[in-house]
Every structure is written in C-alpha cells, then in structure tokens.
Design a protein around this ligand. Sequence first.
Ligand code: G3P
Ligand code: CA
Length: 268
Amino acid sequence: MTQARQPSIQVVAHRGASEDAPEHTLAAYKKAIEDGADALECDVRLTADGHLVCVHDRRVNRTSNGRGAVSALELADLATLDFGSWMETMDSEESPDWKDRSLTSVLTLERLLELIADTDRRIELAIETKHPTRWAGQVEERLLQMLARFGLDGPAPGESPVRIMSFSARSLHRIADAAPQLPTVYLMQFVSPRLRDGRLPAGARIAGPGIRIVRNQPGYVERLHKAGHRVHVWTVNEPEDVELCVSLGVEAIITNRPKQVLSQLGRL
Ligand code: G3P
Ligand code: CA
C-alpha cells in the first residue's frame, strides 16, 4: 500500500529497527538510521551502580542470555551478556550486523547519544523513563546529567532533538520542573476519564496514545489537537494503522518497521 508523500509525519524507530535487529542494541539503532528514520525511541533504566542502560523489561531474561533485574545488576555484569542471540533464528541476509557481538552488547544511553552525535544528519531521540517512581527522581536526575554532558539539556535553536516520554506523570513533572525546555510526552495505554477532553497532566506537552486508543476512540486525536497538543502514536506497525494516523494528521508514528513506514509514506 502506498500513499501520498507525508513529509510532516516524523517516523520514530521503536527500540531501533526492532523488527529487523535485536531491540535496544547498536545493531537496531544503526539499522534504523540507515533505513532513514527521523528519530529513535529507547527505554532507560538504572543499573545497580547507577548507569542508564537501554532495556525495556524490568529483567534481562527475554532479551539476553542472562537472568535478573537490571536494577540488581551492575553495568559490568550486563556487559558480559549477549543481547542479540535470542534473535538468531531470524534471517540475517537483510541486516547481518545484528550477529556482530560488538553491536549486541548492553547499550548505555551514553553510547546511543554518541552514535547520534556521530551521525551526519539530524536524528531526534525519544527517551522513555521506565519505572521511574521506584527510584524517587534518580532516573530523571541521571538522565538530565547525561543530556547536559552532550549539550542537550539546554535551550536549543528550534526544538530540542531530545524529548522525554513516560507513562508516569510524576516523572514528566520532574523533568518539566528541572528542564522546562525539554519536550515531554505523556504515554497512554488508556484514557482516564479526566483526560477525555484532550487535556494532559501538568508537565506533559505532547500526547502519546497507543494505537488502540486511536483506533477505538474516534475524535480523541482531534480533541488533543484542539487542546494544543501534538500527538505521537505508538506502536504503529500495520499499513492500515499508518494510513489512519496519516488521515488524522498525527505528528509522529513510533514503529518497529521504520523502513516499511517510510516506504508507505512515499519517502523511500
Ligand atoms: O513509544 C512508546 C512505547 O514504547 C511504550 O510502550 O512498552 O513499548 O515501552 P513500551
Ligand atoms: Ca518504550
């Protein structure tokens, strides 16, 4: 299915090009950049020794050859694990890099920021804080320290290339307090009654509804737009959902398949 060119919709690679390469690895993010993604999405968690690493689940069991909670492991422990072999049954013809061990070790946020800094075109980054309440502000504090090291925490000419996303309104509130210039995205799996009119919690600027909300609640995206919010929808993998997002004029599509979505949008 092809569509008219829609250059205004940002295509965000969810956990990297995570359908073609192991999620949250350099292999997946390099592939997403090669594929032409406008932005990358990553989840961040704190290790036991206070490093921010890009891992979705609370535990490493699903995506590595190790076991245990990220929060109970030190970075040196995580560095011994292989975050790629769980995908080795996949056909590697398309993206051979994901079997390269150097590209599938644990990814720190710092390394991901270096990759983006080394890329010769603008790549935006949507960073999601995972389980931030458990850490009472430490995730946000470390995150802002890391962004400061890369010069990404201050006012940027135009909009910052980095935005912070969370299902936790409290986490976004902390970010908005400490760094009001950074865009914040409130992620939603469902719409609570007090937000049905298109409002967002204090501290949140952009709305991040799941695709099920967009499919099942006609008029909601329009209400968000009317309330002055941009809309970033996750996780949009099916062509008919891309088409729906285009028809509703959303500002960003977060997808495991950046190449296919760019192709559908007429951008490849
Ligand atoms: O981009 C938002 C999306 O990633 C939220 O869900 O579970 O994939 O982190 P999850
Ligand atoms: Ca996420």
